[in-house]
Design a protein around this ligand. Structure first.
Ligand code: AMP
Ligand code: GLY
Length: 424
């Protein structure tokens, strides 16, 4: 089989790494890929959002399956475009991709199907929204409706902060049209956790769990990031909690998709708040999480091609999915200054010194000048050092022992990934 992966981050490296292990794969391509993905796939110089060129490439090369990593091409309708050419794609169509692309779409879906979530109101008029400041008390959760690269959510502590956020979203339009509609929510308290599920028209199958560390600094301090590390399985998901999630969230979500004619296929990533009255949905994403995928797929024993194919064919229900009982820890190395502004082009050293059984998934990396084999930083999150062990403790030690071997100017990483502080 010939498979094309769309994207170029740590998540796509993990997907490519896993697909490359399949005996069914003859050729793997990745558009655009990065300096680590080249080890397992041929990287093509096409941007993930350049749908026209991706379709043209997939057609010319007679690609059997295109796997889409990031949310932006999904929302732009890449799956619809590929399918219109008679090509197979793993990921939701544009209609279903609204579950991540529009907060208001998701909130009305959740409300309609009585799936537990925060109470909300939505606004398209800035003055009406300002009149509603404090409706749910404080902190006030203010969200740009559309995609905003993970930056569209503001938790305002008081009316002054709320007014500033509203002015930025709707007045200055810092997120462009993504902020033309704004959703205001009740503030939920509890423990945050995420659950990734494979979904086709007939079933929704949770993967092994992973715990993400979203804040930049140890002890969950500082601003939110795309994710600074993960461990899997997450210890938060007790059998009782899994049962509640299945009954209150997964089953009604699948039923809701079927009732609303949403033919979702791909990965549904459910952001949850586990509070005193049980799990509630914070958000849906319509793709694998990054860096959740790095630790989850490193524990997958089943051929990922078989799973993707079953989702595309609507036979996920019959597809066995086996996971290793081992534990995984992924520590993200980020550029100095991230998630604020940061410099790129720093030389990365030590990559060749990493233990053989530790996987370094590349995110923002690129090659230096031709011929010198240097690998340079080219993004906020640069690498995800991922280790497997019999226990969380062993995986964590192995990951950090290898993190120490890698360096670049300004490197920052959390020292507490895999420490189960969230349960306290
Ligand atoms: P989202 O992009 O919707 O996942 O929001 C980003 C982050 O904001 C989440 O991971 C939560 O930490 C926080 N958040 C979003 N909505 C709420 C809410 N209703 N209550 C409390 N925290 C929230
Ligand atoms: N790690 C969070 C995300 O992928 O959205």
């Amino acid at each position: 089989m010939k498979i094309l992966i769309v994207g170029g981050g740590g998540r796509e490296h993990a997907i490519a790494w896993k697909l490359a292990q399949s005996k069914r794969v003859d050729k793997l391509y990745c558009a655009p890929g990065n300096a680590g993905i080249v080890d397992v796939a041929e990287c093509i110089d096409i941007k993930a959002e350049d749908i026209e060129s991706i379709c043209k490439f997939a057609k010319e090369k007679e690609i059997d399956m295109t796997v889409i990593g990031p949310e932006v091409p999904l929302s732009m309708g890449i799956v619809d475009a590929l399918e219109a050419e008679g090509l197979k794609a793993f990921g939701p169509n544009a209609e279903c991709a609204q579950l991540e692309g529009s907060k208001s779409f998701t909130k009305s879906f959740l409300a309609k199907h009585k799936i537990p979530t925060a109470g909300y109101l939505e606004f398209t008029d800035k003055e009406k929204l300002k009149d509603a400041i404090g409706v749910f008390g404080y902190p006030m959760v203010i969200k740009a409706d559309g995609l905003a690269a993970g930056k569209g959510v503001v938790i305002a502590e008081d009316a002054v902060q709320a007014e500033k956020a509203i002015e930025e979203m709707m007045g200055d339009r810092v997120f462009g049209s993504a902020g033309d509609k704004v959703v205001v929510e009740e503030f939920l308290t509890g423990i945050e956790a995420s659950m990734l599920c494979f979904v086709d028209e007939n079933s929704i199958v949770p993967m092994e769990s992973a715990q993400d560390y979203k804040r930049i600094f140890d002890g969950d301090k500082g601003p939110n990031t795309g994710g600074m590390g993960t461990y899997s399985p997450s210890l938060i998901f007790t059998d009782e909690l899994k049962k509640q999630i299945k009954e209150r969230i997964l089953q009604p979500t699948l039923k809701g998709f079927q009732e609303d004619g949403l033919k979702f296929k791909g990965v549904l990533f459910i952001g949850l708040m586990i509070g005193e009255d049980g799990p509630k949905v914070i958000e849906f994403n319509n793709r694998f999480g990054d860096p959740e995928t790095q630790s989850v797929l490193s524990r997958l024993e089943t051929d990922l091609v078989d799973i993707f194919e079953s989702v595309i064919n609507g036979t996920l229900k019959e597809q066995p999915i086996n996971w290793s009982s081992k534990k995984a820890v992924c520590v993200v190395l980020a550029s100095g200054g991230y998630p604020g502004s940061y410099e790129k082009g720093k030389v990365i050293t030590g990559l060749n010194e990493v233990d053989e059984d530790v996987i370094v998934f590349h995110a923002g990396t690129k090659f230096g000048q031709a011929g010198n084999n240097e690998i340079l930083t080219s993004g906020g999150r640069v690498l995800g050092v991922t280790a497997i062990g019999e226990t969380h403790e062993e995986a964590k030690k192995k990951a950090y022992d290898n993190v120490k071997k890698i360096n670049f100017e300004g490197v920052q990483f959390r020292k507490d990934i895999g420490i189960i502080h969230s349960l306290e």
